[in-house]
Structures are given as C-alpha cells and as structure tokens.
Design a protein around this ligand. Sequence first.
Ligand code: 5RP
Length: 225
Amino acid sequence: MKQGGSDAAKRAAGEAAAETAEDGMVIGLGTGSTAAHAIRAIGRQVDAGLDVVGVPTSFQSRELARTAGIPLADLDEVTVDLAIDGADEVAGGDLVKGGGAAHAREKIVDASADRFLVVADPTKMAETLSYPVPLEVLPAARTTVAESVRELGGDPDLRRAERKDGPVVTDNGNLVLDCAFGEIADPAALAADLATLPGVVEHGLFVDVADAVYVGSEDGVTVRE
Ligand code: 5RP
C-alpha cells in the first residue's frame, strides 16, 4: 500500500471523520493505519459516553476496536449507518482498496453503509486510478485468474508476506493477486470484467461508493463531497 503520507495527516483525516459519529449509530470500522486513527477516536468518544456499535472489516480492526472499548456486532446482525475506511488510491468517487488484504469485507461494509467516508492523506489522491488492483482469489483459482488478468491487459503478482516466507492469506483463507493495469480509464468497466472471473472472491475497485473523502494534512482536513 502507499505509505508516503505522514501519520499526522492520517490522524487528522481519521479523527475528523470520527467526529461525525452520533449516538445510536452502527459504524463500519475500516482497516489500515488511517482508519485506525478513526477507530481510536471513536473509542475515546465511547469512553466519554457515545452510544454506538462497531462493525469491523478485518481481524485487525476487530482487535483494535476491542482494545478501544467499542461494542461490536457482525454485519449480519445490523445495518450500517456510517462507514469510515481508508484507501490506497482515490480518484473522484472511485477507489482502489485492499492494501491490507481486507477489501472483500470492507466492500460489504462500506457499500452497505448509509454514508461512507473515505479517510486519506494527500499521497493517496490521483486524477486517474493507476494503483495495482488487489484481487482476493480462491487458492485453487490463482493460476486461472492470473491468466485471465493478463488477457485483460493486467500484470498479476501474488502478494507475499513481508516477514514470513509464503503468500499473504486473507482473513477468509484466500490469496491476493495485485494486478497492475496502468492508468484505469474506465474503472466501472474493469470492475465489471474482474467481477465475472471465476474464483475471484472480490476485487479492490470501489466504483462510485464514497460519499465524502476526508483528506488530512499537517494543517487540517479538506472534505471532498
Ligand atoms: C485495507 C485497505 C486500507 O484501507 C488501505 O490499504 C489504506 O491503508 P492505510 O490507511 O494504512 O494507508 O484498503 O485493505
């Protein structure tokens, strides 16, 4: 994932988005270092009396939310009012996500929310998406999906664990292919193509799902609706 942004910028975005939490809300809790700032901020508000329930998008966000003291529910028990999540790249209302290999659950939670806020630092902002698109794939489909991605003009690369010998395995027990397509002129068309590939559990293109993008910096936050 793009790691260029400062922690201060990520914190500013995450904390500003967390301020939109209101009593009674069910809140989708995103994954990654920027969303983590929002989760910690919501935890502090819960400490101060805010009455919300969180829906984590990954094992990582579940653990963080537990530590922060946020009551949790599973997505099949509730409907989500507000989701706050990071992104690897943002162009208008379209995103590439999945740098944390959590995009399958993130998409379910973020897309189902009444309001989905993206939290990002300025290094994530682009005119046109070009970040490699993560595909979560069933292990048995790794080779066939890679071949189909090449036919679509992409360059698939099996994601490997940084500190362990072997591939990254998602919370759902699957593998991740990071697929470089260069500049993505038509994200909706590519999303449609990727969604039809047998063995693809979910792809990391989030097309037209963001309601607002909170872009943090050392000087404050800009909200793009
Ligand atoms: C995880 C994601 C993250 O939200 C994305 O990778 C951004 O992470 P960070 O805020 O740490 O830069 O999509 O699957």
